[in-house]
Design a protein around this ligand. Structure first.
Ligand code: ATP
Length: 902
């Protein structure tokens, strides 16, 4: 069994081979699969233990930390002191039940968010049995040989054995955001963590380079695990809106408590009985404080998050749910998000001719046909042969067998060129055997091309193969190749014209070139030496089909008042053609396509306006994205921006909604993002925006529904105090109304389906208050009806000789019944409840049934009558109650209708 190096035997203090030895691992072949399985059993999964968080007790106690609860506890104690033990018991019971409900709901919301984390699961590249494979990061065990590269999150604590220009952002652990350069040299044992350059720690991010390391600690034993244990990492449920609301309810609480204290004081001075005044003051406080509001908002947000996850948009930061609904611009990458990123070469152009390529996808079946539709192979022309060879040789992609299926490992652009070479009679194996590779200059978006140095076995010479963006490659060429293999003077105009023609068909065009592989003394590949030495061999043009749902999603965004902008590294013509196809811009040039060169030429003051008006940004580098986001934000836009690479991270952070790709994206991009698309599809962004709008609607509906009850109760009590009448409703009864209706009725609105036409309205203005004037008026109307109705019912019962208890019971039932009827009205803020179908939300039906049973119990069960001081009421009373509730519904219906036609 391996010994995991621990302090006294610290891995950074040992040479790499010593660490490998102590962990019983082979530095080339890694562990065997069987050994990995054994160790997995011994060490457990490479996961951070779920935070027991603040602990059940602390979390439960937190539920009591609320001003209203303090008031209730004080009221319960004083009531007991006055000898009213039943009332006191009811108040304490409510406090406890409220805490339990709060605790359960909070745990559920947190659980839902925690579950999301597992949807974006990390992977690791590990060498086992001598083969490199991808495994879920949780399967790593001490001793595993792990490869990391730019964009990866380090999956466990690694002692580096072969770092290659590896730079790691360790800010997650050390707080230092400048990337640290890694090497493998042995360090003195006391070296502090931040200076251990031969280690890569779990949870840190690789910003550039690559490296291999041996796993020395996993899960809770990593440095990250140690910190995790120290601070815990409870998911925060706060968002700007919940914070604003809890601030609002705190201010309100203080105001209402002062008012209650004032009434008590004034009443006592006026000579009222202190006990009665105390009861009235408590009733006022309990009734008017909207204590359920912040919790309901959090739960509605959590339900929204779960809905988005079902539509494949995983929210990483809760505030994003709120912001999504207000999105005004979506900046989307083209390749892979708007298109499939499934490339197929359709045409090959060489200086001596043009060829169409048949077949589809990565299927090797297909041919090259010349202008006369004759089938040709690479042998037809030297230019064609070298063009195909450059595509197949200058590549990091390969086809592998995965479970018997031929699949592409690597970049789809490169995969397409491998397939094209095969169709021309140059299968990849033949290319690697005939021209083994010696050196590489890798492709980056900024560089725009890739170059490789090969040994040409046929001639014994060395040759450089180059492929890349047409303008970039052309700029480095001195000549072009003919069919018989001679280099003749370059005709840049003809090459550019062919590029534009092919790009105009929506094809991605790459130029290929070859160059001499000889330096002054030895073969070499030097980036600075390439310009002026290359010979252009041709162009390959590939098709990347738009995603099936993308055009419809773009249309939906437009109807919803959201602008969609395409950002791509591709040629402007290619981008324009695809943008036209997706409906992003009209056909033909209309000045709405900007390239990086255009952007650079813009004076700073015109930049935001030009960016705002353009629909397509072509040939832009990821670095430009940050500037684009800032410019759009300066124009008061709420920007959603997609990204997948390391360089995209700053723009993702800056955007109001940073969106990373779950399948094709790097860990660095995911860390920076607010939302991750598990299917990389543009249509998912549109779906998430739709859900975001739905969440906001439901929040508004809840608030519009709940406030009249609070205002109504508060006003009823206040009026009673002012006119010196008996309370139409008692504190414990108010507690009953607030507690039961919030859970059984109000919360059901969080499950309300999205309204039809939700994407036909413009985005919400973020500066606009949650409640518009129209909604405030509706709230006041219903509040007034509640106040007037409950007094009328109360007085009527008294007038016909019912007892005080019956009269109060009738008033209590009025509040709840109006709440039930009004709930149906609130299911849509604009449309009539008949239009949405009164029975279409089964949650509401269930909630109403539960509430009805509750009302039957509190009205007719003797035990409940005793506890809440209620009494059975007759059918006539119910008729009056329902009549008022119907009246309230009618008033809201008329209000909606007037506003619709206004
Ligand atoms: P998008 O921004 O739409 O997702 P992209 O990120 O795929 O596009 P880049 O990868 O920056 O865009 O590619 C820009 C250009 O670089 C392409 O138009 C192509 O000409 C060239 N190119 C792309 N991939 C390679 C590669 N593997 N080797 C050489 N050149 C490439």
């Amino acid at each position: 069994m391996p010994t995991v190096p621990t302090s006294g035997n610290v891995p950074h203090g040992l040479a790499a081979h010593e660490v490998l030895l102590s962990l019983d691992t082979d530095g080339e072949h890694g562990l065997t699969t069987e050994e990995a399985t054994r160790r997995r059993e011994r060490f457990g999964p490479n996961l951070l233990p779920a935070t027991a968080g603040a602990g059940v007790v602390t979390r439960m106690l937190r539920q009591f930390h609320h001003p209203l609860i303090y008031v209730l506890i004080a009221a319960g104690a004083i009531t007991a002191g006055l000898g009213e033990f039943v009332d006191s018991a009811v108040i304490f019971a409510v406090v406890v039940v409220n805490a339990i409900i709060g605790f359960v709901q909070e745990s559920k919301a947190e659980g839902a968010l925690d579950a999301l984390r597992s949807m974006v699961r990390g992977e690791a590249s590990v060498v086992r049995d001598g083969r490199e494979e991808k495994v879920p990061a949780e399967d790593l065990v001490p001793g595993d040989l792990v490869r990391v590269a730019a964009g990866d999150k380090v999956p466990a604590d690694l002692r580096l054995v072969r770092p290659a220009e590896l730079r790691v952002d360790e800010s997650a652990l050390t707080g230092e955001s400048a990337p640290v350069v890694k090497d493998e040299a042995v360090l003195p044992e006391p070296t502090p963590m931040a200076d251990r350059r031969n280690m890569a720690y779990s949870g840190t991010l690789v910003t550039s380079g690559s490296g291999t390391g041996v796993t020395v600690a996993t899960g809770a034993r990593t440095e990250l695990g140690r910190i995790h244990r120290l601070v815990g990492s409870a998911q925060t449920l706060a968002t700007p809106l919940t914070e604003k609301l809890s601030w609002f309810s705190k201010v309100l609480t203080v105001a209402i408590l002062s008012l209650a204290a004032l009434t008590f004081g004034v009443g006592v001075v006026r000579g009222e009985k202190p006990v009665e005044m105390f009861t009235a003051a408590i009733a006022l406080a309990v009734g008017a404080i909207p204590e359920g509001l912040p919790a309901a908002v959090t739960i509605t947000l959590a339900i929204g998050v779960a809905r988005m996850a079902r539509r494949r948009a995983v929210i990483r930061r809760l505030p994003a749910v709120e912001t999504l609904g207000g999105t005004t611009v979506i900046c989307s990458d083209k390749t892979g998000t708007l298109t499939e990123n499934q490339m197929t070469v359709r045409a090959v152009w060489t200086p001596d001719g043009e060829y169409e390529v048949t077949g589809s996808g990565y299927d090797p079946d297909g041919e090259l046909r010349d202008g006369d539709a004759n089938v040709v192979t690479a042998e037809a022309s030297e230019a064609l042969r070298w063009c195909l060879l450059a595509g197949a040789g200058c590549t990091d992609a390969a086809f592998v067998l995965d479970g018997g299926r031929r699949t592409l490992a690597g970049d789809p652009t490169e995969g397409a060129m491998l397939v094209a070479a095969g169709k021309g009679g140059l299968p990849p194996e033949q290319v690697t055997t005939a021209c083994p590779r010696i050196a590489t200059i890798p492709f980056t978006s900024a560089r725009g091309y890739m170059a490789t140095l090969h040994h040409d076995r046929a001639t014994g010479d060395h040759v450089v193969l180059v492929k890349g963006a047409a303008e970039r490659v052309l700029a480095m060429c001195r000549a072009q190749l003919t069919a018989d293999g001679t280099a003749v003077p370059l005709r840049p105009d003809a090459v550019l014209a062919a590029t534009e023609r092919l790009a105009g068909r929506g094809l991605r065009v790459l130029a290929t070139a070859i160059g001499p592989g000889h330096g002054a003394t030895a073969p070499r590949l030097d980036e600075d030496a390439l310009p002026g030495t290359l010979v252009l061999t041709g162009l390959q043009a590939m098709h990347d089909p738009p995603r099936p749902a993308a055009a419809a999603a773009v249309r939906a965004c437009h109807t919803a008042g959201i602008t969609v902008k395409m950002i791509t590294g591709d040629h402007a013509k290619t981008a324009t053609a695809i943008a036209g196809h997706l409906g992003l811009i009209g056909e033909g040039p209309d000045g709405r396509v900007l390239t990086e060169t255009d952007l650079a030429a813009l004076p700073a003051e015109r930049y935001p306006d030009a960016v705002d008006r353009a629909s397509v940004f072509a040939r832009v580098s990821p670095e430009q994205k940050l500037r684009l986001v800032k410019a759009l934000q300066a124009r008061k836009h709420i920007v959603a921006m997609t990204g997948d690479g390391v360089n995209d991270a700053p723009a993702l952070r800056q955007a109001n909604i940073g969106i990373a790709m779950g399948t094709g994206g790097t860990e660095v991009a995911k860390e920076a993002a607010d939302m991750v698309l598990t299917d990389d599809d543009f249509a998912t962004i549109e779906a998430a925006v739709e859900e975001g709008r739905g969440v906001f609607d439901n929040l508004t509906k809840f608030i519009v529904w709940t406030l009249p009850t609070n205002i109504g109760e508060g006003m009823v009590i206040l009026v009673a105090i002012l006119i010196g009448a008996r309370l139409p409703i008692l504190p414990t009864q108010i507690l009953w109304i607030n507690m039961t209706t919030a859970v059984a009725l109000g919360l059901m609105l969080a499950f309300e389906p999205k309204e039809a036409g939700i994407m036909n309205r413009p985005p919400r203005d973020p500066g606009r208050p949650l409640l518009t004037g129209a909604l405030l008026i509706r709230i006041l109307l219903v509040s007034a009806l509640l106040v007037g109705g409950s007094w009328w019912i109360f007085k009527w019962e008294e007038a016909i000789g019912s007892g005080l208890t019956e009269a109060r019971t009738a008033a209590l039932n009025l509040f709840v019944t109006v709440g039930v009827f009004y709930l149906f009205s609130c299911r849509s803020l604009t449309r009539s409840m008949w239009r949405i179908g009164p029975l279409s939300n089964r949650w509401v039906i269930g909630g109403v049934t539960v509430q009805a049973l509750g009302q039957a119990a509190i009205t007719y069960l003797p035990a409940m009558n005793h506890l809440f001081r209620t009494a059975p009421i007759g059918a006539q009373s119910w008729l009056r109650i329902v009549a008022i509730a119907v009246l309230a519904s009618l008033v809201v219906a008329v209000d909606k209708r007037l506003r619709r036609t206004a």
